[in-house]
Design a protein around this ligand. Structure first.
Ligand SMILES: C[S@@+](CC[C@H](N)C(=O)[O-])C[C@H]1O[C@@H](n2cnc3c(N)ncnc32)[C@H](O)[C@@H]1O
Length: 304
């Protein structure tokens, strides 16, 4: 916990990806380097990516500790294909999606309404669009779509309407300000354990960082970036990501495509993976780290 972020499903990741001497791993979401460190200690070479400046700062100390084994690149994992051209292919690729605890806990990053901060939510501090930009510039319809699609929020229309009304009076620039607008729009907390703004915040974060778009792009590049017998592991934290990962692995681990238009199965040009399974944190991990609650690890092995 020294780094401020406890790596999730660490034992499962190590067992599934099997980092070891003479293996080259890609940690596509370095964060505070918990998974990278464990892979380095196991003797593997690690190439790590993260789009966040603070993650890069943290990576410097790991680079000093493991100068022969560790390489860091600051950037979006959507550039995985070019990282592979330069530094691949890999024996294992890990994505541990979402935000790190330090990102969540730093009020100035604007990811959380637990503490007041600017309504930012960009993982890459140089990113073009912040949550405040979305809230200021989207139409009511666009906001409702974002909140419904990325937040799975049944009250999306009501919330979008309240945001548009509120922003006419004054710009919405702070996290607590937005949380209060949402809470009022849905009629208070109504005894729910989760704050009524939780889904709206998730939706704006996903939209501001184009999280699903970059994940799709990165996943598409993984078959070419893995050596034969290399393994892909993805930890996701919400159902939209998890569904995308599940569908991606399913599509690439099916030998034949069947359809109404042909009598026999056709060879699937994407076939290259074998599904190895799905893991969730056990009780012990959840007791030690409640933030692991919604984590799901899916693993596939490249067989062709
Ligand atoms: C859950 S944390 C990873 C924690 C890490 N495994 C550890 O043990 O410390 C997710 C990290 O991925 C980074 N990240 C998320 N999406 C990214 C993307 N598209 N490109 C690069 N980095 C990304 C975030 O900035 C964050 O630092």
């Amino acid at each position: 916990m020294e780094s401020g972020h406890t790596p999730v499903l660490l034992k499962e990741v190590m067992e599934a990806l099997q980092p070891a001497r003479n293996k080259r791993m890609l940690d596509a979401t370095f964060g505070r380097g918990g998974h990278s460190r464990a892979m380095l200690v196991a003797g593997a070479e690690v190439v790590a990516l993260d789009q966040d400046h603070e993650a890069e700062r943290c990576a410097l100390s790991l680079a000093a500790e493991f100068p022969q084994q560790f390489t860091f690149r600051r950037g979006n994992f959507s550039s995985l294909a070019s990282v592979n051209d330069e530094l691949g292919p890999f024996d294992g690729i890990l994505f541990d999606l979402g935000v790190s605890s330090p990102q969540l806990d730093t009020a100035e990053r604007g990811f959380s309404f637990q503490q007041d901060g600017p309504l930012d939510m960009r993982m890459n501090q140089e990113g073009a669009v912040s949550a405040a930009d979305l809230v200021a510039d989207s139409t009511e319809q666009e906001l409702a779509e974002i909140i419904f699609r990325f937040g799975d929020e049944s009250q999306a229309r009501r919330i979008a309407r309240a945001i548009v009304h509120a922003r006419v009076k004054e710009p919405i620039t702070r996290t607590v300000q937005l949380a209060e607008i949402v809470e009022k729009a849905v009629g208070g907390r109504r005894g729910s354990k989760i704050h009524p703004a939780t889904k709206t915040f998730q939706a704006l974060r996903i939209a501001a960082n184009d999280e699903l778009g970059v994940l799709r792009e990165a996943l598409t590049a993984t078959p070419a970036a893995l050596k034969k017998s290399g393994r892909l592991g993805v930890i996701s934290f919400h159902s939209l990501e998890d569904r995308m990962v599940k569908d991606f692995i399913a599509r690439h681990s099916t030998e034949e495509i069947r359809g109404d238009s042909y009598a026999f199965g056709q060879p699937n040009p994407d076939y290259c993976f074998k599904k190895l399974g799905r893991w969730m944190p056990g009780e012990e991990e959840l007791n030690a780290n409640p933030r692991a609650r919604s984590a799901r690890l899916r693993v596939a092995e490249k067989i062709l």
